[in-house]
Design a protein around this ligand. Sequence first.
Ligand code: ATP
Ligand code: MG
Length: 363
Amino acid sequence: MIEVIKELLNIITEKGFKAYVVGGFVRDLYINKESDDVDICTSATPKDLKDIFATAILPKEEYGSVTLFYNNVRFEITTFRSENKYINNRIPGEVEYIDDLLIDLKRRDFTVNTVCLDKNLEYVDLLDGIKDIKNRVIKTVISADESMEIDSLRILRAIRFATILDFDLDEELKRAIKKHGELLTNLSYFRKKSELDKIFNSQNIDKGLKLIEELGLGKYLGLSNINRVNTSVLGLAIWAQLDVVDDYPFNKVEKEQIRSIKTLMHESALDNYNLYHYGLYISQIVGNIKGIDKKKITEAYNSLQIKSREEIDVTTKEVCDVLSRKPGPFLKEIYFDLERKILYNKLNNKKRILLSYIKRQYK
Ligand code: ATP
Ligand code: MG
């Protein structure tokens, strides 16, 4: 990957532009963490980039980033710009392309995100970001107060980085977040969810939740019961405990899984029927919350005689034949009965046994 990056920086700089890797990739490289995509900042405009790379995907909105897949690496390329003026703490106002790396770095959120790599893969550290990476501290580039006022998304980004990287928040930043937490109410639920998803999926989730609580953000995020969440599970299982499906924009699959987790949580037992009905994935999540051994659940699931209705060993035609009846609503009732008897091992899922039971019970 690093060779591909070097090649790309060289292509852009050979055309007379400045270009550096910046942000997450450099920060993560310094602490030996892998990243998937690479942010580049450059003096080349999107149009210049399109001239260099025909496959570059131009931004939809004005002043957005160019996306480029180069040798299977995803690059987000952003033209140097002066400090964004934000309206409503979020929507950028006047943006101006510039030719100066330092000015571009000064509009960024945290010092740990301002370290660059040049085309020779040497670190370029104009704002002392390496020191803060070494000290594992998230510190704003400008005054923390002003930074949070400019863009309230930074409140959640700060907590996300502290959680995922296991860094601490600088004291001044903590004070500013406490003071400006209410600005989160102006942030879209879409943005809030995408940051919270990353926090909720981190192995270090406890740190994130503690920060949200300590900084008094629960009420501004609509997550008032966040201190009671069981964190032996991650992701959707966290959301399921928070009861916010109507506020946050979940997709259909997420909604369904959250609903299943919540319903199964309130069931008295993770018995065979529930294992079958909710499936292994949801059962394991709920089992985990309830403190049931994962191995036990997997074994119980694997020993179910059937995993779906299709696996019941008689066809509707066979049922009709043995009862000498035409198909009708009674079939549903019979299958419902068979399903339960088989799941609770009252019946063996064998055609001969099932047919003789049906004859006995329903003829
Ligand atoms: P990740 O590991 O999630 O990619 P990242 O630091 O690279 O983390 P990106 O969202 O990819 O974050 O943004 C790239 C860079 O752009 C950041 O490192 C930061 O310098 C700058 N940036 C992103 N969002 C903001 C923001 N809201 N305010 C200021 N600077 C930002
Ligand atoms: Mg990034």
